[in-house]
Design a binder for this molecule. Structure first.
Ligand code: TUI
Length: 310
């Protein structure tokens, strides 16, 4: 499945791993890249030097290309933006904001810049500012989300820009990949399925929570203060949503989730922690290596897409 995205990034399969906070570290990124996709190291809220170390560790595990996701709400975003240049990273994705102010620096360094967007307006603006592709991320995704669904967002963005579109949100198998291609995407970005990869360092209890999840098990916290986050329902989300209904302030609510993603990912506290996951969690049924996942999904997608051509 050669596309403008696989050619641009020098990868075999049109699958990019999401830059998930606390999850997308060097082991997972290297495993996805080794399996023929594009692994990403998630900068999240980490200081620049921590991200530099992660990049160097990934380089020791793979010679294949991998990228870095710069989370624009991070207090360290400026530092991470410079570290990717210093470390010779070839692909950067961005999330949770507008990366305009870093664009010239990244382009001058020859970096392929792929902003994650949740609207047609931002996609068009990113194209104008020199983005090489965009990830169109639907509200089915885990973590920080926009409003539009993948089904509606991907074709509207594909119509509005000339650069390649990568679909994200609600894609968990070969059927999702084939569907995304039908909508005009030239690659997909996937997060939740890779959380349970054998190479993923996520706590076993977090993985099992995803594996046991059903179709309607996710909730969105933070809608009332403009920072919607999709995660799996638990004690924390019940409490959060109750306080939100009572009209509690952003600060009071933030207190409830301080460090809560780390608590879930590293300590396996799936009751009080934030278990970020997308709506496809109900489709994730087992741990596999990244290579097993990618080979299986590619075979399924190729079969479906060949059918459509006849
Ligand atoms: O960024 C994500 N997903 C994330 S980031 C994250 S970590 C976090 N920690 C604390 C608070 C918030 C997040 C967990 N999940 N996905 C990419 C994404 N970007 N989805 C939606 C957007 C987005 C939304 C609005 C991008 C730009 C935007 O507007 C920017 C503008 O200025 O117009």
């Amino acid at each position: 499945m050669k596309t403008r995205v696989t050619e641009m990034l020098g990868i075999q399969c049109p699958i990019i791993q999401g830059g998930m906070a606390w999850v997308a570290e060097h082991n997972l990124a290297a495993a996805v890249s080794e399996a023929g996709g594009l692994g990403l190291i998630g900068g999240a809220n980490a200081p620049g030097e921590v991200v530099r170390e992660e990049i160097r560790k990934a380089k020791q595990l793979t010679d294949k290309p991998f990228g870095v996701n710069v989370m624009l709400l991070s207090p360290y975003a400026d530092d991470v933006a410079k570290v990717v240049v210093e470390e010779g990273i070839k692909v950067v994705t961005t999330g949770a904001g507008n990366p305009e102010k870093y664009m010239d620096m990244w382009k001058a360094a020859g970096i392929k810049v792929i902003p994650v967007v949740a609207s047609v307006a931002l996609a068009k603006r990113m194209e104008k500012y020199g983005a090489d592709a965009v990830v169109a991320e639907g509200t089915e995704s885990g973590g920080h989300i926009g409003e539009a669904t993948t089904m509606t967002l991907v074709p509207q963005i594909a119509d509005a820009v000339s650069i390649p579109v990568i679909a994200a949100g609600g894609i968990g198998d070969g059927r999702g990949i084939a569907a995304a291609f039908m909508l005009g995407a030239e690659a997909v970005q996937m997060g939740t399925r890779f959380v349970v990869a054998k190479e993923s360092i996520v706590h076993e209890d977090y993985k099992q929570r995803i594996i046991k999840a059903k179709d309607i098990d996710s909730a969105v916290t933070g809608r009332s203060h403009g920072h919607p986050i999709r995660c799996l329902r638990n004690k924390m989300t019940r409490e959060y949503l109750k306080l939100e209904q009572e009209g509690k302030s952003f600060e009071e609510l933030e207190y409830l989730t301080l460090g809560s993603l780390r608590k879930a990912v590293q300590e396996g506290d799936v009751n009080n922690g934030t278990v970020m996951a997308g709506q496809i969690a109900g489709m994730v049924t087992r741990e596999q290596t990244c290579k097993e996942m990618i080979d299986e999904m590619m075979a399924q997608a190729e079969k479906l897409l060949n059918c459509c051509e006849r």
